[in-house]
Design a protein around this ligand. Structure first.
Ligand SMILES: NC(=O)c1ccc[n+]([C@@H]2O[C@H](COP(=O)([O-])OP(=O)(O)OC[C@H]3O[C@@H](n4cnc5c(N)ncnc54)[C@H](OP(=O)(O)O)[C@@H]3O)[C@@H](O)[C@H]2O)c1
Length: 348
């Protein structure tokens, strides 16, 4: 587990460590025994980029039903049409989900509860990097809400659904297979210059003063990794295996579409992709590794095709204090959805 890999955290986050991983390690093929026949999978943000490719690869390993999420039904239907033409036997559905809205997240989770007989694998991929400070209707900076707060909310809301559907799907006397919940992190979480704020953590990263989109993006991915480490303390890997996948650099997506005209950011993303990035197929295969191949040993961990250390900051005293504080603050932020009560019921 990542929690035990403190000694190699410095190397994993270093420039040579990143180059080593990206350039000299090939992503292994998905083992042939992986077969999702009869299984239902969800990929959020699957209108393009890694999400759409993940949907395709999940269908390639015979997922029977795929829910792909889109902010607008029409964009999702375009993506779904492409998949349906290649996988005509699969049941492919488009459900809308706008992560800038807590209400949309709750409605989506509600549909999962009422409309799905099975739910086996969830990949929370929807995410973005924005260079300007924009507040959502819920009053939070948009990158913070989309990448972190709404992702955390959706993760918590889906945990009991994954568990109950697995129990319902098991034959009498059979031990249910754990559900799978993989959230998408980033290498950027390694490199963020995070200082423990004197006051609230969420408020400290929710100010337009000195706002820098890349830094904000990195912080949201660090927060996601922190919260998954805490979820794994509460939730049993026998119920749901929760982990963070780090796609590292993947070329050919629209992640930095908001950076038009911001030449320094565009140059960084382009050069990073060129030198260290993976093609979309290989980069995405890491999602399937984390969600299907890695087992209970990956619970609460950060990794790609293998379990890797957390960002170094998480092993420091300040990082541990911050992780605990973030957990409390996030519970308070999301209290309208009674997340504390949900997690209490998930306790093992
Ligand atoms: N590409 C990389 O090198 C890289 C590296 C590390 C991590 N990642 C992570 O990988 C994930 C996928 O990124 P990508 O590179 O494939 O980017 P992408 O091509 O921009 O795809 C992002 C997906 O997320 C959706 N999305 C964005 N904002 C949303 C919102 N407010 N509500 C719901 N869905 C929303 C997008 O939907 P729309 O089409 O409607 O915008 C799109 O389907 C992200 O979490 C990203 O942080 C990517």
């Amino acid at each position: 587990m990542s929690s035990q890999l403190k000694d190699s955290a410095g190397w994993a986050a270093s420039f040579p460590g990143t180059v080593w991983k990206q350039v000299f390690h090939r992503v292994p093929k998905i083992p042939s025994h992986i077969d999702l026949s009869g299984k239902t999978v969800i990929v959020t943000g699957a209108t393009g980029g890694i999400g759409l490719e993940a949907a395709r690869q999940l269908l390639e390993v015979r997922a029977s039903r795929l829910i792909l999420t889109a902010r607008t039904q029409s964009k999702g239907e375009t993506a779904a049409a492409e998949l349906r033409s290649k996988f005509p036997k699969a049941d492919i559905r488009v459900w809308t989900l706008e992560m800038e809205s807590y209400e949309s997240v709750r409605q989506f989770a509600g549909r999962c509860e009422t409309e799905l007989d099975h739910l086996d694998v969830v990949i929370l991929n929807a995410g973005m990097g924005r260079t300007s400070f924009i507040r959502t209707g819920d009053g939070r900076e948009s990158t913070l809400q989309v990448n972190y707060l709404s992702t955390a909310l959706l993760a918590v809301l889906l945990l009991p659904i994954l568990r109950s559907k697995a129990i319902a799907a098991a034959s009498p006397g059979e031990t249910p297979s754990p559900g799978r919940l993989t959230v998408v992190g980033s290498d950027m979480a390694h490199w963020v210059n995070m200082k423990e704020p004197a006051g609230g953590i969420l408020d400290a990263v929710d100010s337009s003063v000195g706002f820098q989109g890349m830094d904000q993006y990195a912080k949201t991915k660090l927060f996601l990794t922190m919260i998954v480490s805490k979820l794994a303390e509460v939730v049993s890997a026998d119920d749901v295996i929760v982990n963070v996948v780090n796609p590292s650099g993947v070329r050919g997506t629209s992640l930095m579409r908001d950076a038009k005209g911001q030449y320094a950011i565009q140059a960084f993303v382009y050069i990073n992709g060129l030198l260290l990035g993976r093609n979309l197929t290989d980069g995405t295969r890491q999602y399937l590794h984390s969600a299907l191949v890695l087992g209970k040993e990956s619970h609460g961990s950060f990794g790609d095709w293998q379990i890797r250390p957390y960002p170094p900051f998480m092993y420091t005293d300040a990082g541990i204090r911050m992780t605990n504080k973030l957990w409390e603050e996030t519970g308070y932020e999301l209290r309208f959805a009674e997340v504390d009560a949900i997690l209490e019921k998930m306790k093992h």
